[in-house]
Design a binder for this molecule. Structure first.
Ligand SMILES: [Zn+2]
Length: 333
């Protein structure tokens, strides 16, 4: 994902000899060159790698933050998971075996993408829970990690993938008015260091195109995307391009649940998988914490510091709770 506001600046700076993550810092208020977290942030995040802060599931609509955290730990244990790697194949097996164990109906789509590094094999995974009437509520995450040395992506993309697995466990046994589909996208991250179309969102573009061919696009009432949702200092701003009524629904739901200190009433532009659906007129919202400045929530974004100690089971549970309640609100529409 990226903040387009500073893209041009970042592209200029990318010509400079910066570190691994340098060109990728795209938070609006973030400098484009950030290679190391500041000393104080590193100290402040001294690491519990536990799910001890998880609220009891009955406080978060049944969503189990400990389970979601365990899913993040499992993904991190596979190491760096860029598209086409042996490690991402392990993630795919893990996702499929978990989803099947919850009784979820699952479809996979294996495809090849032409990237700056050549053709790369990718796989989208889609849970399809049926409903009584035409209409689909789509949830989504990406599960690939950025091609960076020693980058294990606990928060990006482990956190949102863990949340979606736990949501699938809860939603697959349910049957609502509308269908609920849960998408696990491959290939969100740019293969090059810089985020520059069309070198990004390979999986979501593929899925949106397939939906269009099948005539499914008009059935999608709403697309709720989660990305970078597990940090220990979590704040979400309203993503600028996301559909207003859907942002309002999610934010109102979050505030009613008591999470107004996390779901902020500020705007922030981010390029992410929701664009693949927004461009096809699907109402979409991106729930993402991309506050990646030196003192930001996710100062470790796209650096080797994106490790399990940065993840809070409570944050995962808050996001899961808000998504569950938002799905209920959408089912009542
Ligand atoms: Zn990323």
């Amino acid at each position: 994902m990226s903040s387009r506001m500073v893209l041009r600046m970042a592209m200029i700076l990318c010509t400079l000899p910066v570190g691994l993550a340098g060109c990728k810092a795209r938070g609006k208020e973030a400098p484009a060159v950030v290679t190391q977290p500041p000393f104080m942030s590193a100290v402040a995040s001294a690491p519990p790698q536990t799910a001890d802060d998880a609220p009891a599931p009955d406080k978060t609509g049944g969503f189990d933050g400990k389970r979601a955290f365990a899913h993040v730990a499992k993904q991190v244990s596979f190491g760096p998971r860029p598209s086409g790697s042996p490690a991402i194949a392990e993630v795919q097996e893990y996702l499929l075996s978990e989803l099947k164990s919850y009784g979820c109906p699952v479809e996979t789509d294996s495809f090849g993408s032409d990237t700056p590094a050549g053709r790369i094999a990718m796989k989208n995974i889609l849970v399809k829970i049926s409903g009584d009437r035409p209409g689909v509520i789509l949830l989504g995450t990406h599960y690939d990690t950025k091609r960076l040395e020693n980058f294990v992506g606990a928060d990006d993309s482990g956190s949102s993938t863990g949340v979606m697995l736990e949501l699938a466990r809860l939603l697959c046994p349910q049957h609502g008015k509308y269908a609920v589909w849960i998408a696990f996208f491959d290939g969100e991250e740019a293969v090059n260091l810089a985020w520059k179309d069309p070198d990004n969102r390979y999986g979501s573009r593929q899925m949106a195109a397939k939906f269009a061919t099948a005539g499914d696009i008009p059935k999608i009432k709403a697309f709720l995307l989660a990305d970078i949702v597990g940090g220990r200092n979590l704040h979400f701003k309203r993503e600028s391009d996301s559909t207003k009524w859907l942002k309002d629904l999610v934010w109102k739901t979050a505030h009613q649940l008591g999470y107004q200190s996390i779901f902020l009433d500020k705007e922030f532009p981010v390029s992410d998988d929701h664009l693949s659906f927004l461009s096809r007129n699907v109402p979409s919202v991106d729930v993402i914490d991309l506050d990646n400045g030196p003192n930001g929530d996710v100062y470790y974004w796209h650096t080797p510091q994106d490790t399990l100690d940065k993840i809070s089971a409570k944050s995962l549970a808050v996001v899961g709770h808000v998504f569950l309640e938002s799905v209920k609100q959408l089912q009542a529409k």
